[in-house]
Design a protein around this ligand. Structure first.
Ligand code: MLT
Ligand code: MN
Ligand code: ZN
Length: 299
């Protein structure tokens, strides 16, 4: 089983186009020890020939260009499917760049599908011919066959509707799911959990059994955005469990018997982005690190 991180940043990427915070300026100027990052997405394969994307980020086009395994072959693109963890723009807007007549299977819960494609005429661009795009339902706790030997199981997580649906409809238990992808032949599994608002028994049970996890690293601290002068929202209210603190996600992740633990969906304000900062050293001390674009995991 092989996975490659296509993007490791939160919505907006790093640096973010409209942000002059010390970190965005530092990475632009080359004075901060940090890598630029595109918006969160993971490519997974059981055979190296057929690939499943977890999330289709607005950066998918440049991500494909940067990934030789995803280059088109004589018989078409090796990308056979896309699974959506939620209906946030940074999780699905790349679908619009995946048009041009390649059949795609799109895996999503009913509420995410309705949000993304229900009354959205734009996504009919993926319905140009019979069988062009095929939506496959993700239900809580059920394994569905995906691509090659891979299956997907959706794990409902604490979360919220996408920002652009807030106040339009009520929250739904399947607004936000973690994706457990298994290589059924090799018995390997990975978790792609880029948005997690807080702990739950289902979360802990799912993560105990995987070989590698990619987890919500959006914010280091609950008040990080306010401290950076970017609004008053707290991390948890935005659907993201802060990493730091006695009740933070890192303390929880450190208790799990999983060998490889990576943070993804990291926001531009997060001090964990600095490779040489004290926050990063602390995280590594817990056996966790921040993923980067291009990171390959194989087992
Ligand atoms: C999030 O992760 O909270 C959302 O992507 C925010 C957004 O849509 O900008
Ligand atoms: Mn996001
Ligand atoms: Zn910034």
């Amino acid at each position: 089983m092989r996975a490659r991180v296509l993007g490791s940043a939160a919505g907006g990427g790093f640096p973010q186009w409209n942000c002059r915070c010390a970190q965005c300026q530092g990475v632009r100027a080359g004075t901060l020890a940090a890598r630029p990052r595109t918006q969160a997405s993971l490519a997974v394969s059981s055979d190296g020939d057929h690939w499943l994307l977890l999330g289709a980020s607005p950066d998918v086009r440049s991500q494909i260009d940067d990934t030789p395994e995803l280059a088109p072959r004589r018989d078409g693109s090796p990308i056979a499917g896309v699974a959506l963890p939620n209906g946030d723009v940074d999780a699905w807007a790349g679908l619009l760049s995946l048009r041009e007549w390649t059949p795609l299977r799109i895996f999503a819960t009913p509420v995410v599908r309705a949000d993304v494609a229900g009354d959205n005429g734009v996504l009919r661009t993926l319905e140009r011919f019979p069988g062009h795009s095929q939506w496959i339902e993700l239900a809580a706790g059920a394994r569905v066959e995906a691509v090659g030997e891979l299956s997907i199981e959706a794990v409902p997580l604490a979360g919220k509707p996408p920002l652009h649906r807030m106040g339009v409809r009520a929250a739904d238990p399947l607004d936000n799911v973690g994706l457990v992808v298994r290589d059924e032949r090799r018995g390997r599994s990975l978790a792609w959990f880029p948005s997690v608002a807080g702990p739950s028994p289902a979360l802990e049970q799912a993560l105990r059994e995987v070989d590698v996890l990619f987890f919500d690293g959006t914010f280091c601290r609950e008040d990080e955005l306010a401290a950076a002068g970017r609004g008053s929202s707290g991390a948890r209210a935005m659907g993201h469990w802060p990493v730091d603190g006695a009740d933070g996600s890192a303390a929880f992740l450190a208790t799990l018997p999983v060998r490889d633990k990576w943070l993804v969906h990291v926001n531009n304000t997060n001090p964990l982005l600095a490779d040489d900062g004290p926050e990063r050293a602390w995280l590594r001390g817990l056996g966790i690190d921040v993923a980067w674009d291009g990171l390959v995991w194989e087992r």
